[in-house]
Ligand binder design. Structure first.
Ligand SMILES: NC(=O)c1ccc[n+]([C@@H]2O[C@H](COP(=O)([O-])OP(=O)(O)OC[C@H]3O[C@@H](n4cnc5c(N)ncnc54)[C@H](OP(=O)(O)O)[C@@H]3O)[C@@H](O)[C@H]2O)c1
Length: 235
């Protein structure tokens, strides 16, 4: 399976790349579209493409290097203050639209393309399930812009999955909404429901666990066309 990763130089994205390349019986390959190619160590199975996901031509280049992906994994962070058009479209939403555009153009190459997107607990309908401290914080800080941006990207990708591709080809989307991130190792993960309705007061999940969950979601079918809040067990 060939993966495209957006955000591969980041803390979660680097775990995603390592996880894919460490899979047993591995014939998986990864293309990472990154701004600074020296920020990732080159290794077998990994192709680095210099560019930014906010530029559709760079996404097209990544889609063609060496071929259209079977799965796209997105672990990007919101870019504070950046807008990309007169409607005020923000970074993650803009990138999701670029991915949608590139997929529409390239679907002829693949039977099925999976998009696994890293959002956040607090996006959209999951907001009321944050604890009252977090809700208060969101209301008085720019965090709400981040959640709104994630929601825009989620909606774009879910709509893309409903729309499908050319010639009856299928686009499958998984939206992963992690709770508060930590840097501990990969551990078992549980779903807290679409909107985190099963969560405790301050659940946590490690970036390594999120990465593993996202790769597993791309390889399997359990999370196809689903949205889930995830946390580590016993947190
Ligand atoms: N913190 C939490 O508790 C929490 C909880 C749930 C969800 N989340 C979400 O988790 C996601 C990823 O988190 P993380 O900690 O793994 O992120 P991270 O380490 O900050 O990585 C962010 C990635 O985004 C890229 N990026 C940033 N600005 C960019 C720009 N202007 N153009 C192109 N690429 C850009 C970075 O590339 P460069 O290396 O080129 O900068 C990097 O690859 C975020 O969307 C966040 O909202 C966070």
């Amino acid at each position: 399976m060939h993966f495209l990763i957006l955000g591969g130089s980041g803390q979660t994205g680097s775990h995603v790349i390592a996880n894919i390349l460490q899979q047993e019986a591995n014939d998986h390959t990864v293309t990472a579209l990154i701004r600074n190619t020296s920020s990732i160590t080159s290794r077998a199975g990994l192709t680095l493409v210099q560019g930014t996901p906010s530029n559709i031509d760079d996404i097209r280049k990544a889609f063609a290097t060496p071929r259209a992906p079977d799965a796209v994994i997105i672990t990007l962070a919101h870019v504070k203050g950046a807008v990309f058009d007169e409607r005020g479209t923000t970074f993650l939403t803009h990138v999701a639209r670029n991915i949608a555009q590139a997929l529409r153009e390239s679907m002829a190459a693949a039977e099925r393309t999976k998009v696994v997107y890293m959002s956040a607990m607090g996006s959209g309908e999951s907001f009321p399930n944050l604890n009252f401290l977090m809700r208060g914080l969101v209301k008085v800080t720019p965090l709400k812009n981040q959640f709104n941006d994630h929601k825009g990207a989620e909606d774009t990708l879910l709509a893309l999955a409903r729309e499908g591709g050319n010639d009856g080809k299928k686009i499958v989307t998984t939206i992963v909404r992690p709770v508060m991130l930590t840097n501990t190792g990969a551990a078992e993960v549980e779903s807290l429901g679409e909107n985190g309705e099963k969560g405790s007061f301050m659940p946590k999940v490690s970036r390594a666990s999120v990465a593993r969950f996202m790769v597993d979601a791309a390889l399997g079918t359990e999370w196809d066309d689903k949205l889930t809040v995830i946390a580590n067990f016993s947190t």
